[in-house]
Design a protein around this ligand. Sequence first.
Ligand code: SF4
Length: 502
Amino acid sequence: MKMDFIITTDRSMMTNHHGYEFLGFMTTSPPMGIPESVWNWISMPRPKVDEYGRPVEAPYGLRKIEASLQDAGYDAYVIDPDYIDRYIDSSKAILIGHHDYFALGPPSSEWWIITGREPVNSKSFRRFMNSKAMVKARESGLKFIIGGPASWQWLWRPELIDLWKIDTIIDGEAEKVIIDIADRILNNEPLPLYMYVGVDDVPSIDEIPIIKHASVNGLVEIMRGCPRKCRFCSVMLRPLRYIPIEKIIKEIEVNLAYGVNGVILHSEDVFLYGADGVIPRPEPILKLHKEVMERVDSIAWSHVSLAAIKYSEEKYRLVSKVMDIIYDKQDYIGVEVGIETGSRKLAKKIMPAKAAPYNPDLWPNIVIDAFRIMSENNIIPASTLIVGLPGEDEEDIIETIELVERLREYPSLIVPMYFVPMGYFKDRSWYLKEKIEGPLRELGEICLKHDLYWAEKILSKYYIKTSLKNPSSYILKILLRLLLRMYRTIISVKTKGIRLNI
Ligand code: SF4
């Protein structure tokens, strides 16, 4: 197979997590309670590949770059990392994408802080970059192009840019600019070391290509950007674009053709699809779900906002109506949501539009109302808190603790993420030195109690459906249950800087 550009990544990304997207979270942590090999088998199994080493399912971002380059006439394919050595002699460059190259993003950095041990995703990436094939590629003079949402992390690891001979780091949506980079490589022209993709260079709706091969677990995007513009979030820098339903359906059909019968609708806020600013509109959301559910066997959402859930249900009964469409095929849906804080003061300061169209003063009650609505509609949220933000005081953390306690009755997971100032990344030993004490420690304990209370119930009732066709699902279920029971029966968990009394 002719190959101009190899598009690839390490094993922690090039996997379908046995078809259970939530298992991907295990790659953000070091192994706990079981050997690393078993941990990795659960969280990052090898995907099926074709005779050329092309994975049947690959990360969506890599698929977009593959589609852009193929549409521009290049021979570029996503290749599993175990097969790239076949193409090194005939290729010009290796293009690499990742969500968290060095485990500096959430929740990897939290696990690193709490346990004092490196998460498996960054270990896996290091193994990949030091693999025989990559050493050979460097010796052969191939170019190395870095991209994906974690590109910024290389700025905190400049020594690795030199060590691994990285030629270009693209920071931002790369579908358009990758063509210019590809031209330069083939014409032996100089490459920029760092390229920030500004508003003028992001692709328009028409310039976003349709994937040509299946994405991991059927992920397809329905919009880019977010109108809420929270101060701590990089998504707010992207212009808002809604992907037309016809394009979404075409990508779902690509996935179906490869036997991927489920879909994960990717958006920063599914209930803002086709919205009027931050005001949800029923028509596009209902139409989207009707069209999608006619075609797929199962559905998940990547993210929704709590204010949109509350508004949609109270104004239009929209959450119930969407779930009525989904109930034809499944009895629940999982989604990530951002609580971020229980403090009214902080909500007003760092995310004033997160509560919109409601007043941010009402934030804790918006969270409670949205959790109640989700619980009544069999929506299982995995939610995040951001703690340790600049300006956060003890009172703010206490308000967050009170909110988490009020959420106890709703099936959900709540994960605190510690705000890590960028400067700290220069000194890796910070992870080993920093202590989590006082109210922050109490918040961690309360979230852990909440999660252990709900995790096994959620796992058994909803997530892992065992099937004779998939024997590994039995092993997975048993292993995950054993893990949860083990954690639950531990009276206290001791780690480097934190002791959690469960
Ligand atoms: S609502 Fe979520 S995606 Fe949107 S700006 Fe805030 S944190 Fe970012």
